[in-house]
Design a protein around this ligand. Structure first.
Ligand SMILES: [Zn+2]
Length: 784
């Protein structure tokens, strides 16, 4: 009989055929083996035939296990909690939780009262309450802070923490807010103490760029157990049909129980969605709801749902109105109406913060602040990504002061000397924020980045550049970038070259201006670096593709260029581990968000963040204001008591003053005691890290002791760095978890100092208006 010549039949049997254990061969004792026809080997050779025959009882047992004919078809199968019920047997009449509350790692959200045996027998079995236990596929991957977050949110929305059902999850970027919400939603959709689903439908409202992302996250974490209805694009008829189907479906178990929709689409179709009751609504990037006059806000308020979860990575800033809007959205009755809130809290608090307030008024403000914080903290949970340091590789943050080139400096000084600019400045000081003053700020910022960015204005002889053309070299053209004309660009050029030659790291470049991105592109072309660029104009679909491609380690794509205005929110760029913030933003939250692109879950390499500022220029002042704002925000939200110095009010007024010939204006302003003649003589405090104030970072006026050899080399070769602040992420976790009671206690002790600080904040925010950048409407374009 001929065997089939198919390769699958030929090869494996051949190899087994040829192999004969020398041991067996020698003894020639197993007649049985000899009788076995070579053609009839089983497809999987039995272990026992290859090794010698079992000698002892014990060996025989092992051999039996090894040759077990039946294998569980699913690898690593763990029988479920209910699996001891045979198929076809009726469900037991005794109610049982969906998942085993006593299993290892079980996350129990609700524990029923313990029933005595007698009660068990006598009580109506349909009234017996059961545990609510998070599905093990989720609880097994949740990190400790996420478990705590899920529990907190569950207790809020179920009214277990007081007479309210909403909450604000204000965890910082990268702590897994999405996963926590997926867990909460999935649990509510499936379980309740009553042994049936708590809700039948949920809506996720988010920026349009994140709709797809939410759907992906649901799919990823629940492994396809739940179907979402993502609303993006589509014709009007289709959308209406889909939404009506969703809204009118009243069955307890919907096919697609979760709708993911963008803010603007929600507003368009609010009428359909507001007609029927919805179990829960989650608003991602919830700080968009900081204005209660906004149409989207009002549309969302009309939703018939009591469970409202607001997610916000950038917490409530020191503004009472904002505070009110957000809390009022989550829990409409907590603070009363806007008028009541004003009467009850706002007036008293603001009065106490006036410089000429009486002691009594101040005392009252303290009491009111305390009362407000006490109320609101019941429904807010916020952890900083300090927690992450446990799981993430180390992050080094560097603030690099780069000297301006002679050309930049000449243009800069010339600009500030111009009569028109000086006049604008005066107007600005008299509290009438003129647009021209804002434009002046923009011009200076651009000049700090590269003279090419303002060359067209020079040619047009615009304000401040009336006679600037003579300063440029005669043959100047903007066709090809000349990095040598800008200190920061030179530095960037050197750094990129060193990184490219010394490693296979990828780099993210961020700027506030798309114009700067154009220059990045020119530079990349000049040096033949492969790159991708993402800005506001790119469709979301394309965006995702670009990001995926960049993150693929097999793809040689060196640079990712990103405009900070393009709304980098949600972008995950862990393919890169180095990031340049080419210019500082007024709002520290924007910079934070940008930096969280690479230092986040999944990152395996140490991360380097380079924040570039032009020495002595307006950029340093922006940086100073940024640090200032940041410490304010942390006093209000995190109640971080720190004795950090703040920049005084006069400091903030000198935006337009240029400081020539210094190493770092910021360092000078710190009046640093750890440095002698700009050489650091004492290291930063031991418990400090890159979230600490700049005064507690490492200070470097030469290239020794830098954490990054690329930077040290670039410093040596480019000679355009004047000063560097650097620090790293903390290796161990500081106690940051939110224990409301403990927190409130701490606040009670700190009220006095808090009040002083919020007073300061008030003063500064009123000053904000003088300088503030034009609002970046691009991010809120969803609304109008
Ligand atoms: Zn110093």
């Amino acid at each position: 009989m001929r065997r089939s010549l198919a390769p699958s039949q030929k090869n494996p049997s051949k190899s087994t055929l040829n192999f004969v254990t020398p041991f067996i061969n020698k003894r020639k004792r197993t007649s049985e083996q000899q009788k076995v026809q070579p053609q009839r080997f089983p497809l999987t050779p039995r272990q026992s035939q290859l090794v010698s025959l079992p000698q002892t009882e014990y060996e025989r047992l092992i051999a039996k296990v090894l040759s077990q004919p039946f294998k569980v078809p699913i690898a690593n199968y763990v029988p479920e909690y209910h699996a001891n019920r045979s198929l076809g047997v009726r469900r037991a009449t005794v109610r049982k939780a969906l998942h085993d509350p006593f299993a290892c790692n079980a996350l129990v959200l609700y524990t029923p009262p313990t029933y005595t045996e007698h009660e068990r027998v006598t009580m109506d079995p349909s009234k017996m309450l059961v545990h609510v236990v998070v599905d093990p596929i989720l609880s097994n991957i949740l990190r400790p802070h996420q478990r705590e977050g899920v529990k907190f949110m569950y207790e809020c929305v179920e009214g277990k923490r007081g007479a309210f059902n909403g909450c604000i999850m204000a965890d910082e970027m990268g702590l897994g807010k999405t996963l926590q919400c997926v867990t909460l939603t999935w649990t509510l959709l499936r379980q309740s103490p009553d042994c049936k689903p708590t809700i039948s439908k949920a809506i996720i409202v988010c920026p349009s760029s994140l709709v797809k992302n939410w759907e992906k996250e649901f799919h990823k974490w629940l492994q396809g157990r739940l179907h979402c209805l993502p609303m993006e694009g589509g014709s009007k008829e289709d959308n209406i049909r889909a939404l009506e189907q969703f809204a009118y479906n009243t069955s307890q178990r919907c096919g697609t129980p979760v709708l993911v929709i963008s803010y603007e689409t929600f507003r368009i179709y609010a009428d359909i969605l507001c007609r029927n009751e919805i179990g829960m609504v989650i608003c991602d990037e919830g700080h968009r709801l900081k204005n209660s006059d906004n149409l989207t806000y009002q549309a969302l308020m009309r939703l018939k749902t009591k469970r409202r979860v607001l997610l916000s990575g950038t917490p409530i800033q020191n503004d009472l109105t904002e505070y009110f809007s957000l809390v009022n959205f989550a829990n409409p009755e907590m603070l009363g109406t806007a008028a009541e809130f004003k009467r009850n809290f706002e007036n008293a608090i603001l009065r106490g913060q006036n410089a000429d307030s009486s002691d009594k008024e101040r005392q009252r403000a303290v009491e009111k602040t305390q009362e407000l914080i006490g109320l609101v903290n019941q429904c807010i949970i916020r952890r900083t990504n300090q927690i992450l340091t446990k799981y993430l590789p180390v992050k080094f943050e560097m603030v690099i002061c780069a000297k301006m080139t002679p050309l930049q400096e000449a243009l800069y000084v010339n600009f500030l000397k111009s009569d028109k600019v000086r006049k604008n400045l005066q107007d600005c000081n008299e509290k009438t924020t003129s647009l021209t003053a804002l434009a002046d700020i923009t011009n200076l910022k651009k000049l700090c980045s590269h003279p090419d960015l303002i060359y067209d204005k020079v040619l047009a002889r615009e304000n401040g550049f009336e006679n600037a053309q003579t300063i440029f070299p005669t043959n100047h053209n903007t066709k090809e970038i000349n990095p040598e004309l800008s200190g920061k660009f030179m530095l960037l050029d050197f750094m990129l070259a060193t990184i490219r030659t010394n490693s296979d790291d990828k780099v993210v470049l961020i700027s506030n201006y798309t114009q700067t991105l154009d220059l990045f592109e020119q530079l990349a072309r000049k040096r033949k670096y492969p790159f991708v660029r993402l800005d506001g104009t790119m469709s979301i679909k394309k965006r995702n593709k670009v990001v995926e491609r960049f993150n693929d380690p097999a793809v040689d794509c060196f640079l990712f260029m990103l405009s900070s205005k393009a709304g980098g929110c949600g972008l995950n760029l862990i393919g890169a581990n180095r990031l340049f913030m080419f210019d500082p933003d007024w709002n520290p939250a924007n910079d934070e968000q940008a930096m969280a692109r690479i230092w986040r879950d999944g990152q395996k390499k140490p991360c380097f963040i380079y924040r570039l500022v032009a020495t002595g220029s307006i950029e340093e002042k922006i940086l100073q204001r940024q640090t200032h704002k940041k410490s304010l925000s942390s006093t209000i939200i995190d109640n971080n008591e720190s004795e950090e110095k703040h920049f005084t009010r006069d400091d903030l007024k000198d935006l337009f003053r240029y400081e020539p010939g210094i190493l770092s204006d910021t360092h000078n302003k710190l009046k640093c005691k750890r440095c002698i003649n700009n050489i650091q003589s004492e290291p930063p405090p031991e418990n400090s890290d890159c979230t600490s104030h700049l005064s507690q970072w490492y200070h470097c006026s030469n290239n020794r002791g830098l954490p990054d050899s690329n930077l040290a080399e670039a410093w040596r070769t480019s000679k355009c760095i004047s000063f560097v602040f650097h620090h790293r992420s903390q290796g161990e976790v500081k106690a940051t978890s939110v224990d409301v009671a403990a927190k409130r206690e701490a606040e009670a002790l700190d009220v006095e100092s808090n009040c002083k600080k919020s007073k300061k904040s008030r003063r500064i925010s009123s000053e904000d208006e003088d300088y503030d950048e034009p609002q970046d409407d691009s991010k809120d374009s969803d609304f109008e």
